[in-house]
Design a protein around this ligand. Structure first.
Ligand SMILES: [Fe+2]
Ligand SMILES: [Fe+2]
Length: 309
């Protein structure tokens, strides 16, 4: 019928290609109507729009999410709830507790950019996920910890956007895809040659990320094994040579390594690991370590990990 536009669920499923998560249902000028699926355990953000007059509206059709409005203000939303942004002044963090399906209406063009970004990330995630199960788990855990540390220190992180930081955190170890699986999964001590191969992964992560995501993201991943006293690798950078974003990533990375079972280590409790990082003042930025300690003390880390189980 003239003027009638029919969009069936089967069309949406077919057109998704690599991106099964975001579907454009209707578009007129700048106005777009989409559906967005969010996987359980995923972290997402609402960003201030470039034009403060723009509106982004979300209706929760299925699933359950948490919206973090402040350290002690976390709201749960579920089917039938909605939220929207207009003149938003800062990023808002969301966590998906149960796989969600959102109706997403935007008065500014959002689909093309979101679709491109999500497809790129999914392709990279697939690469990590298919290569090594532990790298997959570790990457997501490091991202969760690092993002909360970023939020706690956002005032000082003007030179890197949250969106860029998320990519750096999530893919800091993507270079491990170049390390033979037999070495990556070896129980027990590595030989010197094997360790030398593993130690190449920060450069490889940066090399993989730089062409698509740029220097800022690549440089943070390159530095995630540096240490404040110059004892890290690959460049042996010291103190102020290491930007705050990379210092956050190294704390989040070490914290997950200490608290997860890698088959050959003693698994520390969250309290023990935070105390250890605080104690190693020469290696980790004490300001970041103190923020981590606070996140453990106030139960933020426990809540985050319980939501993952
Ligand atoms: Fe690493
Ligand atoms: Fe790592």
């Amino acid at each position: 019928m003239k003027g009638l536009y029919l969009h069936t669920a089967a069309e949406s499923a077919g057109q998704g290609g690599e991106n099964q998560w975001l579907t454009l249902l209707a578009k007129k000028g700048n106005f777009e109507v989409m559906t967005q699926k969010v996987t359980r355990g995923a972290t997402a953000w609402l960003y201030p729009a470039e034009n403060p007059g723009d509106l982004e509206f979300f209706f929760v059709h299925e699933g359950e999410m948490e919206i973090v409005l402040g350290e002690n203000d976390v709201r749960r939303i579920g089917p039938g709830d909605c939220f929207y942004t207009q003149s938003l002044e800062q990023n808002v963090l969301m966590r998906c507790l149960e796989e969600a399906l959102l109706l997403y209406v935007s008065t500014c063009p959002a689909f093309d950019e979101q679709d491109y970004w999500q497809r790129e990330l999914q392709a990279l995630l697939k690469r990590v996920d298919e290569y090594d199960h532990n790298t997959k788990r570790h990457s997501r855990a490091v991202m969760r910890y690092a993002v909360h540390l970023y939020e706690a220190m956002a005032e000082e992180l003007k030179d890197i956007e949250l969106e860029e930081f998320v990519v750096a955190a999530l893919f800091h170890d993507v270079g491990k895809c170049n390390v033979p699986g037999s070495i990556l999964r070896k129980m027990g001590k590595l030989t010197e040659e094997e360790y030398a191969l593993v130690k190449r992964h920060p450069q490889d992560s940066a090399t993989i990320l730089r062409p698509k995501y740029g220097d800022r993201i690549a440089n943070i991943t390159l530095m995630h094994h540096e240490r404040m006293d110059g004892s890290g690798y690959p460049q042996g950078l010291k103190g102020d040579e290491i930007p705050l974003a990379a210092r956050i990533l190294m704390v989040a990375d070490s914290f997950d390594a200490m608290t997860s079972d890698r088959g050959y280590n003693r698994v520390m409790t969250f309290q023990e690991a935070a105390a250890e990082i605080v104690a190693q003042k020469e290696k980790y930025d004490p300001r970041v370590a103190v923020k981590l300690q606070a996140m453990v003390d106030n139960g933020c880390i426990c809540r985050m990990e319980e939501a993952e189980r």
